[in-house]
Every structure is written in structure tokens, then in C-alpha cells.
Design a binder for this molecule. Structure first.
Ligand SMILES: *[C@@H]1O[C@H](CO)[C@@H](O)[C@H](O)[C@H]1NC(C)=O
Ligand SMILES: [Cu+2]
Ligand SMILES: [Zn+2]
Length: 195
């Protein structure tokens, strides 16, 4: 390529870096980013399971394999609740048809900060916390789940399940802890609908 083409490519790269930076800044203050509120790449509307859960989440692609999850959920009991992506996009039977935790790499259950190819299900997003009124503000950036359809960790058309109990993150010291985190029944669930 000649010098002109080369500088055009370099300028393009520079612009891309600036745009990425702007995006990160916008995401960091997503609620108050007045300039360019970004359209979510997927949304989740919750339906009741064993509890009268409702609410909506917005999901944003942040990088090749990262997702920001943001939103509000109500109808929970106060305290911690296991929060996972489950394998099936079926909410019937009070969320039981959503199946087990999304686990494409056949690993044990763990915490979001454990190694995803060894010690964590891809769907393990830890706990959310509801206040005394049963409302939870959710703001989770996870670098393992993906909204890229080409990824093994793609979560589109699967379900998010919120449990009635706390996820012990694989540290419970019994066999179920390494499968489900002993998070109890299914309080509510929602389908991850890509946009
Ligand atoms: C369930 O929650 C919704 C939304 O908050 C509310 O409108 C509805 O009355 C509740 N239903 C029951 C049975 O509590
Ligand atoms: Cu779960
Ligand atoms: Zn799990």
C-alpha cells in the first residue's frame, strides 16, 4: 500500500481505539450516559418460578467474550440469591425446564472468579443481593459468558435463573456444592433474547 493508504489505515485504527474507549466510558456510566445510550445486545424479562419474580435485564457485549448485565429484579426474599445461566431456553414448569447450569466445558460448579475451563461452569454468575423489600439492583461484568454466536460460551436463547437461596460457589464441602452451589429452588427465570 502507498503512504496515503497506510495513513488512512492508521487513522482508522486510531478512531477505533477512541471509539472503544468511549464505549468503555459510556458503559461505566451506562445509566447516565446522556450522549449515546447504547442499545442492549440482549434483554431478559423475568417470570415467576417459586417466587413472584419480575424485572428486566439489559445485556451488553463489552469485548470479544465479555458481557455487562444491568437491571432490576423484584419479588425476591431479602438476601443473597444464586444467579446463573442455565442450559435450556425453556421457562416452563416453574423454571425447571431450563435444565442445569450452562456448562459447555464439563467442569465443576464454582464462582465467577474461578477458572472457566476447570473450576467454574460458564453459567456461574455468583449471587445477587436483594434488599429488605426484595428488590435487587444488578450490575455484573462477566468476562466468560459471551453474546458472540460463534463462541462456545454464547448465552443467547438460554435462560437466566435466580434461585431462592444463596450459591455457596462450590465451597460448601459436599458433592452438590460442586454441581449446583446448593442454591435451592428456582425463584424466577427469564429467556436471554438477543437483539
Ligand atoms: C406479582 O408481582 C407483580 C409485579 O410486582 C404484581 O403486579 C402482582 O400483583 C404480584 N402477584 C402476586 C400473586 O403477588
Ligand atoms: Cu441456577
Ligand atoms: Zn454452576
Amino acid at each position: 500500500m502507498n503512504l496515503y493508504e497506510f495513513s488512512a489505515v492508521e487513522a482508522g485504527k486510531g478512531l477505533l481505539v477512541k471509539m472503544k474507549l468511549l464505549l468503555v466510558v459510556c458503559l461505566a456510566v451506562a445509566a447516565s450516559c446522556a450522549v449515546a445510550p447504547r442499545r442492549p445486545n440482549a434483554v431478559v424479562d423475568f417470570v415467576p418460578g417459586n417466587d413472584n419474580v419480575s424485572g428486566r435485564l439489559q445485556l451488553y457485549r463489552t469485548d470479544y467474550a465479555g458481557v455487562l448485565i444491568q437491571g432490576k429484579v423484584s419479588g425476591l426474599t431479602p438476601g443473597h440469591h444464586g444467579f446463573h445461566v442455565h442450559a435450556e431456553g425453556d421457562l416452563s414448569g416453574k423454571c425447571t425446564a431450563a435444565g442445569g447450569h450452562f456448562n459447555p466445558f464439563q467442569t465443576n460448579h464454582g464462582s465467577p472468579y474461578d477458572n472457566p475451563v476447570r473450576d467454574r461452569h460458564v453459567g456461574d454468575l455468583g449471587n445477587i443481593q436483594a434488599d429488605r423489600y426484595g428488590n435487587a439492583d444488578i450490575y455484573i461484568h462477566d468476562t466468560v459468558i459471551s453474546l458472540d454466536p460463534a463462541s462456545h460460551a454464547y448465552i443467547g436463547n438460554k435462560a437466566i435463573v435466580i434461585h431462592q437461596g444463596r450459591d455457596d460457589l462450590g465451597r460448601g464441602g459436599n458433592p452438590d456444592s460442586l454441581k449446583t452451589g446448593n442454591a435451592g429452588g428456582r425463584a424466577g427465570c427469564g429467556l436471554i433474547v438477543p437483539h
